[in-house]
Each structure stands twice: as structure tokens, then as C-alpha cells.
Design a protein around this ligand. Structure first.
Ligand SMILES: [Zn+2]
Length: 417
């Protein structure tokens, strides 16, 4: 029986959220947290984008160093052979890719303006798959953008062509959030049965069904005989109404009636990191977590009415489906709430050493000498300039532990033309 894997796309779809963004250090921290949580794969960015190059290569280096292990780091690009070539030229260490192209009549007509036929779309995609394979990609996912407005016949044809050229997975994208749990279940089941590849489900929340659709889509893929890969983002960030929230998806697949007891994750996941990763994403994106967010919202375990409060005090199972401790709630906040010595672009060495002694002391680390402390402080100043907010403990510790990587992440040199 197939299993459920998580591919988090915060560092690709999440950062496409209009009006928001993440620094390269923040994107890196998200990969670190995702890895600690046991997420199978992070779609970590855009290899054809120049300002991503240092970040992508530094993160692949963290993979080789064992820091970002076992998580897979996968780059997203258009399913165009030239983009694949450019990606491997700019980020030669790339091992995992997802190649995306529109498959619906609406987008083939509306985006390519009559210049491309459906056959052209298939041809472009297989050329891109071939290019990725010949460049040494270990895994290739193929994305059908606007899959939910594409006929099943064409999706099957597209998927079979991808498979024939050695693709490893087919990503079914409900790009506009048009599916319901019933339709996505039927479609992913049919795709699994007729294409014979593991199916990724990529859902959006335009109709408020993103988590339900993701779970139903995964069930369809497994019932059709394949593994399922759910695309998630932290706190549901993503274009327009967002993507499927990682924590909510994990809660749903492990605890929902008829799902948690019948389907299994492919990897063990550490739900107790939920609180920390959600808080960090909220801080990094500068977007508050809604109070009624599943699991991690301020009110997710709050009880006020007499009957509920009395019931939960007698036995939490009366009104709580799962315990707050499971999600790591109760951990200290990421940001100091008492007196605070902030470290920023104008910090001096005295305040910095005070802060760092405390943080590094927890892991029995210390600066070798004054010179090293000065060097780390300089990196921290640059990180603050790029993020435009005080650094949290985990970020400071990361820079102190991996200064060479931090230096790469903080290097922003526009290319000459
Ligand atoms: Zn998307």
C-alpha cells in the first residue's frame, strides 16, 4: 500500500506570496526546521534566478555537510529544456528537480496565445525531462499546472509521456483551488491507475478546501496503487489564498477519521516541532498566525464556555482531539519577552557577546577568540540588513556554527551585463 510523503514548497510557492518575502538566511532556517521535523523534501527555490544561486549552492553544501540530511532539496523550474540547462549551469550540484508547464486549454490558449498545441506542451516537457536526466538529475517531478482544469485524457497522456522519459512523479496542480475533495480524489485515483507514477497533489485555498483537497487527493493516489506526495507550506502561505498548511496537513493525515487509522506517512515526522516552525515562519514572513489556526493558533487549546471548560478539566479528551504538548506548545517564544538586548546592523561587540554567550552556552559552544566574535558579529549585521528585523536565537546560533555558509547566504552581488 502506498504511503504519504510531504514536499514543502514554502521556499518556492510560499515566497511567491504577493507583498511578502524571505531573506536567504530565513529560507535556509526553514530548510533546517523542515529537516528537523522529518519533511521528505523541500522545494527550496528557483535555480534560474540569479539572486538565488548563492543560497541554493550553500544549502546543497549544508546537505553534503550532513546539516540538511536526510531532507531532499529540489529546485523548481519551467519545463523548458533551456531553463533546465541554465539551472544546472548555475547550480551544478542540483540533484532533484520539478519541471512545470501549463496543461489546461485555458492556459495553453490564454498564456501561449495560440502559438502552442497540446502536442507542443508534451514535446517541451519531455525535452525538459531528457535535459534534466542528461544533466544527472537523480529525481525528476513533472508538474501539470492548472491540472484541475485539464481533461483527464490529456493529463494521462502527459503523465505517460513523462514516465516514458524517466520522470519519477507527476504533480497534479489545482493551481486555482478549483477542486473539491470529491473531484480531486477521482482524478488522482485515475491518474495513479492509468499513469502508474507516484502522484503529487498541489492545492490552493481559493475555495477554502486546500487541506481537505490535499488529503483527499493523497487518498486517491494511494487507493489507485501509488505513493502520494502532498505539497505544503508553513502557515499556509502562498499565492492568493495560499497553499495547504504543513501542520494542518500533518494533523489531518495522522488523526482524521478514516485517514489517520488507515493511511501511513512514508517517514516518521516529529510533530513536536510544529509550534517552533510555525512561530518562526510567522516571524520571518511577518504575518501573524490566525488565533483559530489548527494546532498552533492562540485559541487552538483555549476553553472559555462553562460546559467546555468543565469538560476539558475533567478529561481533555472530552473537548480536545490531540494534546498541545504533541505540537511542542509550551516551548519558550523565539523572541525574548523580558529585557532584550537586540543584535542588529549597528550592534557593538559588548552587547553581542552578552547575547551570544547565553545562546551558545546552551550548546556548550564559545568563541575561539575576540577576532572570531568580531567576524560573527559582522555577519550578523549583514543578516540584519537583509532581513530587516532582529535575528532570533536559532539564526544567531546558525551563523556562529556555519560562518562560511552564512557568508555565502549574505552575498548579494548583482551580475554585470
Ligand atoms: Zn502553487
Amino acid at each position: 500500500m502506498g504511503r504519504i510523503y510531504i514536499i514543502d514548497v514554502t521556499n518556492r510557492d510560499g515566497v511567491q506570496t504577493a507583498k511578502l518575502g524571505l531573506s536567504k538566511l530565513e529560507k535556509t532556517m526553514i530548510n533546517v526546521y523542515l529537516n528537523e521535523m522529518g519533511v521528505f523534501q523541500s522545494e527550496f527555490g528557483f535555480p534560474t534566478t540569479h539572486h538565488e544561486s548563492h543560497y541554493l549552492r550553500a544549502n546543497l553544501e549544508l546537505g553534503r555537510m550532513g546539516v540538511l540530511q536526510p531532507i531532499r532539496l529540489e529546485g523548481w523550474m519551467r519545463a523548458i529544456a533551456e531553463d533546465v540547462e541554465a539551472s544546472f549551469k548555475m547550480v551544478p550540484e542540483l540533484k532533484h528537480v520539478n519541471l512545470s508547464i501549463s496543461t489546461s486549454d485555458q492556459m495553453i490558449t490564454g498564456k501561449f496565445l495560440g502559438k502552442k498545441s497540446k502536442q507542443d506542451i508534451v514535446d517541451m516537457m519531455v525535452e525538459a525531462v531528457d535535459a534534466a536526466r542528461s544533466r544527472g538529475a537523480e529525481t525528476v517531478g513533472v508538474n501539470a499546472e492548472d491540472g484541475s482544469r485539464t481533461s483527464l485524457d490529456f493529463l494521462v497522456k502527459f503523465g505517460l509521456a513523462a514516465k516514458e522519459h524517466g520522470a519519477d512523479r507527476l504533480r497534479y496542480c489545482d493551481t486555482l483551488g478549483y477542486d473539491s475533495p470529491f473531484t480531486i480524489y477521482d482524478t488522482t485515483k485515475a491518474l495513479a491507475e492509468n499513469v502508474g507514477l507516484p502522484i503529487e497533489v498541489h492545492c490552493h485555498g481559493d475555495l477554502g478546501m486546500t487541506v481537505a483537497n490535499s488529503v483527499a487527493g493523497a487518498k486517491g493516489a494511494i487507493d489507485g496503487g501509488q505513493d502520494a506526495y502532498i505539497n505544503t507550506t508553513l502557515n499556509g502561505m502562498g499565492e492568493r489564498a495560499g497553499n495547504a498548511d504543513l501542520v494542518a496537513v500533518l494533523l489531518a493525515v495522522t488523526k482524521a477519521k478514516g485517514i489517520g487509522d488507515q493511511y501511513q506517512l512514508g517517514y516518521e515526522m516529529d510533530l513536536s516541532k510544529s509550534w517552533r516552525i510555525a512561530k518562526y515562519a510567522s516571524y520571518a514572513f511577518d504575518v501573524p498566525i490566525p488565533i483559530n489556526q489548527p494546532g498552533v493558533g492562540a485559541n487552538a487549546f483555549a476553553h472559555a464556555s462553562g460546559i467546555h471548560a468543565d469538560g476539558v478539566l475533567k478529561d481533555p479528551d472530552n473537548y480536545e482531539l490531540y494534546g498541545f504538548e504533541e505540537l511542542g506548545r509550551g516551548e519558550p517564544e523565539l523572541v525574548e519577552t523580558g529585557r532584550e538586548i537586540c543584535t542588529g546592523r549597528y550592534s557593538g561587540i559588548s552587547g553581542f557577546r552578552h547575547v551570544m554567550n547565553e545562546i551558545m552556552g546552551k550548546e556548550a559552544l564559545h568563541f575561539r577568540d575576540a577576532e572570531e566574535a568580531e567576524m560573527i558579529l559582522e555577519l550578523v549585521r549583514y543578516a540584519n540588513v537583509l532581513a530587516q528585523k532582529p535575528l532570533v536565537e536559532d539564526e544567531l546560533l546558525f551563523i556562529a556554527k556555519y560562518p562560511d555558509i552564512a557568508r555565502q547566504l549574505l552575498t548579494m552581488t548583482p551580475l554585470d551585463y
